[in-house]
Design a protein. Structure first.
Length: 234
């Protein structure tokens, strides 16, 4: 089979469909990266390529494919030492996916679970935004004052543009529920073509913060990714 554009240039969440039936995708891109050397690898070297999920049976023979994207791509990351060690269930990350899917079309979503590790989180978010080209990256956990809470320190060095408005509405939503909301250190900003949000760790706080931030997220992504439509109120 053959795609009309290089597969190596595709972000995650792209569906590849036959030219003859563009609405009937056969593959979904889920990762870009280095593939280990195999028998057919040039010179026995690793090659850079795309991992794809097979959506339906692919008939043998030649097939021209065209790319299309249905909805946003979402990555959510839960920061929790105990959940990463298997000592408790992650109950916050799935809330993120459910709420984003309820607010906008999502073509591909993937969740990650990490301990409170500043270096690993920074590396993961940079990869998801720059190499994998996710649209939305949302973390939960690590925004408080505990010694292991290092999410803001992990994210701030790689945020290209801070989004203080999103930070403020999320803080306001927490303050409306509890004075402890004043202690949050959540940050928001852009990395590449992705919007990155950091949320507190509890499912309740995740819901409160996302309820405040989601109404602006779709429009923000449109503008970040090149939409030139005037922003006048309609």
């Amino acid at each position: 089979m053959r795609a009309e554009i290089p597969l190596d240039g595709l972000p995650v969440g792209v569906r590849l469909a036959p030219v003859s039936t563009p609405n009937d995708a056969v593959l979904l891109t889920v990762r870009t990266g280095w593939l280990p050397a195999m028998e057919l690898s040039p010179g026995g070297h690793a090659v850079h390529g795309v991992f794809a999920k097979v959506l339906r049976a692919i008939p043998p023979g030649h097939m021209d494919l065209v790319p299309g994207k249905a909805g946003r791509s979402l990555a959510w990351i839960t920061l929790s030492d105990s959940a990463a060690a298997g000592q408790k269930e992650d109950t916050s990350g799935p809330v993120i996916e459910d709420m984003v899917r309820s607010a906008m079309p999502v073509g591909y979503a993937e969740g990650f679970l990490l301990p409170d590790d500043e270096i690993r989180l920074r590396a993961l978010v940079a990869d998801l935004a720059i190499a994998q080209r996710f649209d939305i990256i949302i973390t939960t956990g690590g925004t408080g004052l505990a010694p292991t809470d290092r999410t803001p320190e992990a994210l701030t060095p790689i945020l290209e543009r801070r989004l203080p408005g999103l930070e403020q509405v999320m803080i306001a939503s927490s303050l409306a529920k509890t004075p402890h909301g004043a202690l949050t250190r959540s940050v928001a900003g852009t990395v590449g073509h992705a919007i990155v949000l950091s949320l507190p760790g509890s499912p309740k706080a995740v819901r409160e913060n996302l309820e405040a931030a989601l109404p602006a997220l779709g429009h923000g992504l449109d503008k970040l990714q090149g939409d030139t439509t005037p922003c006048a109120a309609t």
